[in-house]
Design a protein around this ligand. Structure first.
Ligand code: SAM
Ligand code: SF4
Length: 346
């Protein structure tokens, strides 16, 4: 590929609000062995396997994006460990570190992690985000339809091989908000970073309502009953607002009550090659043809894809609340979008 390293600054993607894009999330499959109630639809219609972008095509795309300033790539899903070849893909991505890629990360439900932790470490994975919404076995099964034990074993395996871990916990009012204190205590005991995530309107069956959201303030109020909580000022593009509970770090990803959109440096690609400039964008851009073309007619395909992406990324809206407001103000009935978290990957 044409590296054009000297021109990298000029080629970076920026939106109309001056936010340069640094992070790319790639969902490698929409399939998942879990059925988390805040994510998966009751009757999912999986993408056809022959319509998924190959790892070769995804690699070409990552190369193209790293040349344009992307320095972190997160592999997600569905459940990324369910797609065969994902470990090899992570190993391949290491080659992009010589042209500016700094981190390759993964978000997983950890069910298969015990089996893959060592191979992922060997492949050069830099860190893992693991979803864990309850430490109560019965509640965990109600939330995900799977057992808790393999997840805890997966977390242990990742720690043993030395993979840095963050735990993500989505809270829903009346469902698992009784887990705030148990999860906080467990994270201190295990010396693991925990982030509570406010439930977002991205569930597969569109049943989200504000009444289900456990807000950052609700969480802090509960934590304060048992811990000394202090606020850590955070000026980075990290979406998590940082606190300390008894000197142990804890994060809050509060999209609903304190949206982090102002510093958003993320872009997203689905397994079928649909590109999103925002988690809440009503529509993505179908790019599978353009991405596949990168492997064949390099120079002209790169120019073409760069042109399409620059425009789309430039038009990225201000964020979650601006999009919600615009959709509310529209007089025409806008069909609710078909894409949900299990396709976009968080
Ligand atoms: N299967 C993997 C996992 O669960 O970690 C990766 C994909 S999952 C879609 C990525 C992240 O999105 C998880 O941390 C999950 O908790 C979060 N998520 C899914 N649906 C959500 C929702 N409606 N609101 C907030 N977070 C959500
Ligand atoms: Fe699967 Fe992750 Fe969605 Fe749960 S949050 S259903 S584990 S994709």
């Amino acid at each position: 590929m044409n590296r054009m390293l000297g021109q990298k600054d000029e080629m970076q993607f920026m939106d109309q609000f001056g936010r340069t894009k640094r992070k790319l999330r790639i969902s490698v499959t929409d399939r998942c062995n879990f059925k988390c109630i805040y994510c998966m639809p009751e009757h999912p219609e999986w993408m056809k396997k022959n319509e998924l972008l190959s790892f070769e095509a995804l690699y070409q795309f990552c190369d193209f994006m790293v040349q344009r300033g992307i320095h972190s790539i997160r592999i997600t899903g569905g459940e990324p460990l369910m797609r065969q070849g994902v470990v090899h893909f992570i190993e391949q991505l290491q080659g992009l570190k010589k042209i500016g890629l700094k981190r390759v990360s993964m978000t997983t439900n950890a069910h298969y992690l015990k089996k893959y932790a060592f191979a992922l470490k060997q492949a050069g994975l830099d860190d893992l985000n693991i979803s864990l919404d309850s430490l109560d076995e019965i509640q965990f099964k109600q939330l995900t339809q799977k057992d808790l034990a393999p997840v805890l074993e997966g977390i242990r395996a990742a720690k043993i091989v030395g993979l840095p871990i963050k735990i993500n916990s989505v809270l829903m009012k009346g469902i698992n908000d009784d887990q705030i204190l148990p999860l906080a205590r467990w994270s201190i005991q295990e010396k693991i970073n925990l982030r509570f995530i406010e439930f977002m309107p991205l569930d597969g069956d569109h049943k989200w309502s504000n009444a289900h959201v456990v807000s950052e303030q609700n969480i802090l109020d509960i934590l304060k009953t048992k811990f000394n909580v202090t606020n850590q000022m955070n000026h980075s593009a990290d979406p998590a607002r940082q606190y300390l509970i008894n000197h142990h770090p804890i994060g809050m990803i509060s999209t609903i009550t304190h949206s982090f959109c102002g510093s958003c440096d993320r872009l997203r690609l689905t397994a079928q090659g649909e590109f999103y400039n925002c988690l809440f964008a009503p529509q993505g851009l179908k790019l599978s043809t353009e991405i596949k073309a990168l492997a064949f007619t390099q120079a002209s395909s790169e120019v073409n894809l760069h042109h399409i992406l620059s425009q789309y990324i430039w038009n990225k809206e201000q964020g979650f609340h601006a999009i919600e407001q615009r959709l509310k103000n529209q007089t025409t009935t806008t069909s609710s979008r078909k894409i949900s978290m299990h396709m976009l990957g968080g």
